[in-house]
Design a binder for this molecule. Structure first.
Ligand code: ADP
Length: 487
């Protein structure tokens, strides 16, 4: 049994892991950089260790410093969260050597799935459908062009080492091939230090459907249904939900079974996500497998009533999945939707916005979950992802969940950096979204009506100033604002 766990991460995911540890009576160790010494994850943990300067390579990606923190605190296990070291097999290997439990799969699974070409080859061999394409060694531009011709346009050039949509180019015409290839290679070299690419047929107006899978150390693998993550901007997820809307039952079942087959074929242990792309013709293809807990795991937790971090801990301790489900079948109950609140400016090409969160308040409601790693006074810095919070709602129906989420986002108060809250609210109020007619180009193609955050903040400041100057007479001002208006 694990009695002390170190979280090699920061922000909302560190806070979220600590929450489960508290429930299970497991002591927690936080790590922090200079930029995070007063962060909620540090305050909430039982112990905390400084691991370096703000830049991730000096702190949250600094394996020697994190190993030192583990030795110093005698933590027995490590949760890597997502991002940072979560998919770095060197880290998992280093922990293995020290006899520390890693809450993730084996280094071998991480290595295989971290390579987009090898994983494609492995999946194809296991009978999992992959997007038709070229994944050969020959990187000669002339050869790649010939392969592109064979596959047919439109197509996608992707970085083998890719992630987060980087090093990925859509090509519509043969004339564009070479310039797109160069730019994909350049981007991949810069982001991953590896310019190797592969080519895939481009699937038009597809949906992104992924399946949460779990494997135990006894060879059992199961799934916890699918999530739809088609609402994306520049290949980055913005809204996620479960179940996927308008998905025929038979197809849902088939996708989930294929995901289990994919995980079984590599003897997968722990939490993983198998991502698929679903074409309009109902055909679906393996995209990649993420060998960690995903940002959007709360929607799965909501509809299944399970705690996936608890599952990760128990699986690492050697428990069987059947013990975790207590022999009961896991079912999908109702509908859950998640929105990612970011410090970014939708009015200004979604430019990240930094600064101090002067005031932040989330509504406290039934069927609403807010996962955040900041509080009033925290700063959004250039060093890390500018996500402020994830807001997740549940409803008996999709409509109910969406309405709840929109109302909760509208009642969120954030002063300081510009945020995307009103943009998120605009998506949730969009007619096509409400009908569940989503695909990965939704945000590119649809006009999202929203009031810029800046204007709202300016108005709110005026109201606040007016209220202060009116002092006792001020109550009328708050009535004038009205319910659901300017909070
Ligand atoms: P990354 O690892 O960089 O996130 P993925 O391969 O997971 O890259 O793809 C990210 C997103 O890009 C997908 O969710 C999908 O929207 C789009 N995409 C990827 N491959 C294709 C394809 N072959 N055809 C159409 N869209 C694709």
């Amino acid at each position: 049994m694990i009695s002390k766990l170190l979280i090699a991460n920061r922000g909302e995911i560190a806070v979220r892991v600590i929450r489960t540890c508290k429930k299970l009576g497991i002591k927690t160790v936080a790590v922090y950089s200079d930029a995070d010494q007063d962060s909620p994850h540090v305050k909430l943990a039982d112990e905390s260790v400084y691991v370096g300067e703000p830049s991730p390579s000096s702190s949250y990606l600094n394996i020697p410093n994190i190993l030192e923190a583990i030795r110093k605190t005698k933590a027995e296990a490590v949760h890597p969260g997502y991002g940072f070291l979560s998919e770095k097999q060197e880290f998992a290997k280093a922990l293995e050597k020290e006899g520390i439990l890693f809450l993730g799969p084996t280094p071998e699974s991480m290595e295989l799935m971290g390579d987009k070409i090898n994983s494609r080859i492995k999946m194809e061999a296991a009978g999992v459908p992959v997007v038709p394409g070229y994944n050969g060694q020959n990187q000669d531009p002339k050869n790649l062009e010939k392969e592109a011709q064979r596959i047919g346009y439109p197509l996608m050039i992707k970085a083998t080492a890719g992630g987060g949509g980087k090093g990925m180019k859509r090509v519509y015409k043969p004339e564009e091939f070479h310039s797109s290839l160069e730019s994909a290679q350049r981007e991949a070299q810069k982001a991953f230090g590896d310019g190797t690419v592969f080519i895939e047929k481009y699937i038009e107006t597809p949906r992104h459907i992924e399946v949460q899978v779990f494997g135990d150390k006894h060879g059992n693998v199961m799934h916890l249904f699918e999530r739809e993550c088609s609402i994306q901007r520049r290949h980055q997820k913005v809204i996620e939900e479960s179940p996927a809307p308008n998905l025929p039952e038979k197809l849902r079942d088939e996708i989930c079974q294929v995901a289990v087959k994919a995980a079984q074929s590599i003897h997968y242990i722990g939490a993983g996500t198998v991502e698929f792309i679903l074409g309009k013709d109902g055909k679906f293809y393996f995209l990649e497998m993420n060998t960690r807990l995903q940002v959007e795991h709360p929607v799965t937790e909501y509809i299944t009533g399970q705690d996936l971090v608890e599952w990760q801990i128990r699986v690492a301790e050697g428990k069987k999945l059947s013990e975790l489900t207590q022999g009961k079948e896991i079912t999908q109950n109702g509908h859950a939707i998640e929105a990612r609140i970011y410090a970014e400016d939708p009015e200004n090409n979604f430019l990240p916005s930094t600064g101090i969160l002067e005031y932040i308040e989330f509504p406290d409601r039934e069927f609403l979950r807010v996962d955040t790693g900041v509080e009033t006074g925290s700063s959004i810095t250039v060093f890390y992802d500018p996500m402020i919070a994830k807001m997740i709602s549940w409803g008996k129906t999709r409509e109910e969940a969406a309405t709840r989420l929109r109302e909760s986002i509208d009642s969120t108060v954030i002063f300081g950096p510009v945020t995307n809250t009103f943009y998120l609210s605009g998506i949730l109020s969009h007619d096509e979204f409400k009908k569940g007619l989503t695909h990965t180009h939704f945000l590119e193609e649809q006009t999202i009506a929203f009031t810029p955050d800046r204007e709202i903040q300016a108005d709110a400041f005026s109201f606040a100033a007016a209220a202060l100057s009116e002092k006792k007479k001020s109550s009328g001002i708050w009535e004038a604002v009205g319910p659901g208006g300017l909070w």
